[in-house]
Unconditional design. Structure first.
Ligand SMILES: [Zn+2]
Lengths: 323, 350
């Protein structure tokens, strides 16, 4: 099968098969990412219009089992410790499955708020690892729970301001900064940031994460999502990027890799599909680049910001050109 | 699989797959036994030496198992430390630093290992002496060793951002380990060995940025005393040298983006008209040599637009600047079609 189109049925099958690898050592070595993986798989399925391909009840039950009652947050796997990253995944999954009533909201809010440090930064758990992406996770989780007003935004903004880099606001976590650019940091120089992002595109159409580094499907998504938030998606060659993401598909087993010819995984499958959605690929559902969740869902919750993706191209006939 | 980077896809026959499955079966069983044992110990909240060893076993197989790292630290805090002298605690932590060092060789990009090292460092007790310098002895030794480790990692992979972050963290936590001048020297060395080392340029911008923040403040606070005046002019000398340094990088390889980004940072908002005009001249000089250099043209547009902020100055001729920008943008559209919408958008804003 060729990789000039998105192989939806194969990807759906690939995502469905992920829970069946229990004889693989790798499956167990990545238990600490299980809840994140479910969020990636579920969101990719939603964007491809196959939300029901994974059993809803079973998924909700698994999320419930990840609850860490001692800490008051979600772990990535039953029996593990709660962490902010997996707590966000749990909230994203339950939001998508319209099952937020399963969340002990007051306790989760308390857990997340307790992670904010006096200087405004946010730790990933009680052990105190600080990263700007955790700030983004906290904001996103609280916002999905409708409790963002309890977060100390002034301090957070002051902290982010200190994290700003000369390339227009990017540290180790483009996602985190993108939210900042969207929300409160009007001072971020949109021109500079747009320039920096547009220059991440390399000749084969993919994007790298830092200058002079290799291109990657997941970076392509980070860059696209920020460009969508800045409403500057026309600043890049979208056809070439579409071709690049499609060429990273595994045309036999399904799934998308970091770049053509590499092993696929659910992380890059998710970001590949998400990127294609922002690029207006025909037949996909819209993705909200701020939350990285189905746009329709975020709209229903009244959380949509002023982003702008490329218009959805119609009909399969409108498949992208190839050079 | 959950997340791969740089792993080549290979086609395996169903038979080979089945053989692999059977071979892995015993490994899976063994791992799951270790896993269940560890989680059971954690649930029972025991903090003994044998529990500690259980974390060592599973972490040597799977350093990403963050819950095991957490449990390991709980054992330190609730079991081992309370029963130990400061010297023993120092030894525990030193040996954990050695253990994680070995792991970093194999997994240089695992967050949890770097995190655990930070935690260890921050828990080194005071000593061996009671006062003064000697009280900081253990700590100083450990931080020094960490600096050595971080720089070793950077020698191996100069773009490992974990190592750069970690190095920044060490300098922030133990400032006497490297002065600002040391930092400038270090980043310069890294940049000179590879002009496209964006991480080193980035770190350099952080160091100079910090000096920038401190210097003007010191000047006002110390009512223009001799020493502060000295600091101030010394700082300007550094900036002047900095422009020379970037210039040499730009001329060495005008096609490398890193130095151009740094150059833009150095000029900033372009408040200083003299500097701005001087740097525009530098680029125009380079453009004569490299008439199709995209970065040259793009930077020229950027800086000339900054020049427009000074349109009240007699030396700034608005219509000539606009014309030159439009000319450069048209050329950019032709040589860089991927991003031509950006060039068109800017043209409309002129
Ligand atoms: Zn990737």
């Amino acid at each position: 099968m060729s990789t000039t189109e998105l192989l939806v049925p194969l990807h759906v099958k690939y995502i469905q098969s992920l829970g069946e690898n229990k004889d693989d050592l790798a499956y167990h070595l990545t238990a600490h990412l299980r809840l994140n993986a479910i969020y990636w798989g579920l969101t990719a399925l939603c964007i491809m219009g196959h939300q029901d391909a994974l059993d809803r009840e079973e998924m909700i039950k698994f999320v419930d089992d990840c609850w860490d009652d001692e800490i008051g947050g979600y772990a990535a796997h039953p029996g593990h410790d709660a962490h902010l990253l997996s707590t966000l995944s749990a909230i994203q999954i339950l939001t998508t499955q319209d099952a937020l009533e399963h969340v002990k909201v007051d306790r989760v809010v308390l857990f997340i708020l307790s992670l904010q440090q006096p200087d405004g930064s946010v730790a990933g758990d009680q052990w105190g690892e600080i990263d700007t992406r955790f700030l983004y996770c906290a904001v996103q989780a609280l916002s999905l729970l409708g409790r963002l007003d309890e977060f100390n935004k002034e301090k957070a903004v002051a902290y982010l301001r200190r994290c700003r880099n000369f390339d227009g606001g990017f540290g180790s976590s483009p996602g985190g900064e993108s939210h900042a650019a969207q929300g409160n940091l009007h001072e971020v120089d949109e021109q500079m940031l747009g320039w920096w992002l547009a220059e991440r595109q390399v000749p084969n159409g993919g994007f790298n994460g830092r200058p002079e580094k290799l291109e990657d499907v997941c970076y392509s998504f980070w860059v696209l999502s920020v460009l969508a938030i800045l409403r500057k998606m026309t600043w890049i060659d979208s056809e070439k990027l579409t071709t690049f993401i499609l060429s990273a598909q595994d045309p036999e087993g399904g799934g998308i890799a970091d770049r053509p010819g590499d092993m696929v995984d659910v992380f890059h499958t998710h970001f590949g599909v998400a990127g294609l959605s922002l690029l207006g690929y025909p037949g996909l559902n819209d993705l909200d680049p701020v939350y990285c969740m189905p746009a329709e869902l975020i709209k229903r919750k009244g959380l949509t910001k002023a982003w702008l993706a490329l218009p959805r191209r119609d009909a399969i006939g409108g498949k992208p050109d190839h050079e | 699989m959950v997340s791969n980077h740089n792993v080549k896809r290979t086609r395996v026959s169903p038979e080979a797959l089945e053989a692999k499955r059977l071979k892995e079966l015993s490994k899976v069983k063994e791992y799951l036994a270790l896993n269940d044992d560890l989680l059971a110990r954690k649930r029972s909240k025991t903090y003994r030496k044998e529990d500690f060893e259980a974390t060592t076993r599973i972490l040597s197989i799977n350093p990403e198992f963050y819950t095991a790292w957490n449990y390991r630290r709980e054992i330190f805090l609730n079991g081992l430390f309370p029963a130990s002298t400061p010297a023993q605690i120092d030894e525990f932590l030193s040996s954990d630093l050695d253990m994680t060092m070995a792991q970093l060789q194999r997994h240089p990009k695992v967050y949890w290992i770097w995190n655990h090292r930070r935690w260890c460092l921050e828990h080194v007790p005071e000593g061996p002496g009671e006062d003064g310098d000697s009280r900081e002895g253990w700590r100083r030794d450990n931080w020094n060793k960490e600096m050595f480790v971080a720089e070793k990692m950077l020698d191996r992979d100069p773009r490992n951002f974990h190592a750069w972050n970690y190095r920044r963290y060490i300098v922030a936590s133990w400032p006497s380990i490297r002065t600002k001048d040391d930092e400038l020297k270090y980043t310069k060395k890294k940049i000179q060995s590879n002009f496209s080392n964006f991480s080193a340029w980035h770190q350099r911008s952080k160091v100079l940025g910090a000096m920038w923040e401190v210097t003007p403040a010191t000047r006002t606070e110390q009512d223009e005393g001799m020493s502060s005046h000295h600091t101030y002019s010394r700082f300007w000398l550094i900036i002047l040298e900095e422009f020379e340094f970037v210039k040499s990088a730009l001329w060495t390889d005008p096609g490398d983006q890193s130095a151009w980004i740094y150059h833009r940072w150095l000029i900033g908002e372009g408040d200083d008209l003299v500097v701005l005009q001087r740097e525009i001249d530098v680029i125009e000089e380079l453009l004569v040599e490299e008439p199709d250099s995209k970065w040259c043209l793009d930077s020229l547009v950027h800086f000339q637009r900054l020049l427009l902020q000074h349109k009240d100055e007699s030396s700034v001729d608005v219509s000539s600047i606009q014309q030159r920008c439009a000319f450069a943008l048209t050329k950019l559209e032709a040589i860089d079609p991927k991003r031509n919408q950006r060039y068109q958008d800017i043209k409309l804003q002129l």
